[in-house]
Design a protein around this ligand. Structure first.
Ligand SMILES: C[S@@+](CC[C@H](N)C(=O)[O-])C[C@H]1O[C@@H](n2cnc3c(N)ncnc32)[C@H](O)[C@@H]1O
Length: 253
């Protein structure tokens, strides 16, 4: 995307900020929205959208203080317990963690010679307990994201848009269908898919698995049904939850 302003220098390490190539798609999908939330805010790159969507209100939430501090407008908080009332936003734009090797623990990578591209390495410590970035693709990853999506939909008004950026990865030579899982989960919570764009990102990551790679990121536009989602659908993940996370447990009290 051509810019008439300088993109801010990326001077604080974070392994998974939005790629610039995604921004024009976000802008196109979000045009006409008035209040956007990024519940997995990271470095606050979502605020860049204001340049193309003047007058819009943007909020972002990030759980790690070091990353929340990169953009002072980011709220330090937890995607599982958002501090806004029901239906406050008319759009969500977000990228969850992907469940790939970026999630390796600090204990595992601290002796490694190539620890780059990991959440814990960039913080030089283990992630917070409710950070989904410490989870590899699997049951706990899915449970935490069900809780996060239910909470995001609580603050999204009926008819609101949900722009999801996610990517599959290869593990032990097999493609992990993380993107489909997110889409199906959001559909089960009452959203409809309007568009699915695949944006080439070859060369932007460190690849393993003998050259096998997924070289695009998905940007999916979904829309929430005009009628609100029944409360029992929104709490489906939480109801099944045997090992309730600290924030989610707090939120449900
Ligand atoms: C894929 S990154 C998003 C990066 C962001 N799009 C950017 O451009 O900087 C996901 C972010 O979500 C944060 N995160 C993970 N779990 C969270 C939670 N429960 N609440 C809030 N933030 C969380 C991680 O720390 C990480 O910074």
């Amino acid at each position: 995307m051509n810019t008439l302003f300088a993109l801010p220098e990326e001077n604080k390490a974070h392994p998974a900020r939005y790629t610039d190539a995604l921004l024009s798609t976000f802008v196109r999908m979000l045009r006409g929205s008035r209040r956007i939330l990024d519940p997995f805010g990271g470095t606050g790159k979502v605020f860049l959208l204001e340049h193309w969507l003047p007058g819009i209100q943007i909020e972002a939430v990030e759980i790690e203080p070091e990353w929340a501090a990169i953009n002072p407008r980011t709220t330090l908080g937890n995607a599982l317990a958002l501090p806004w009332p029901d239906g406050y936003f008319d759009a969500i734009c977000t990228s969850p963690t992907y469940g790939n090797r970026m999630a390796d623990t600090f204990a595992r990578i601290s002796g490694s010679i190539e620890p780059r591209g990991k959440y814990a390495w960039d913080l030089r410590r283990e992630l917070s307990p409710d950070n989904t970035g410490r989870l590899q693709w699997g049951a706990e990853y899915r449970r935490m994201h069900e809780l996060a999506w239910a909470e995001a939909l609580r603050v999204l008004q009926p008819g609101g848009r949900f722009v999801l950026n996610v990517k599959d990865h290869i593990r032990d030579g097999e493609r992990q269908h993380v993107t489909d899982w997110h889409i199906e989960t959001l559909k089960a919570l009452g959203l409809v898919v309007r568009e699915h764009e695949r944006i080439n990102c070859a060369g932007m990551r460190i690849y393993r698995n003998g050259g096998k790679r997924v070289d695009y990121e998905s940007v999916v536009l979904l829309e929430r049904h005009l009628t609100s989602v029944p409360a029992d659908r929104l709490s489906v993940a939480a109801a099944d939850d045997q090992e309730m996370t600290s924030a989610a447990a707090e939120h449900r009290r």
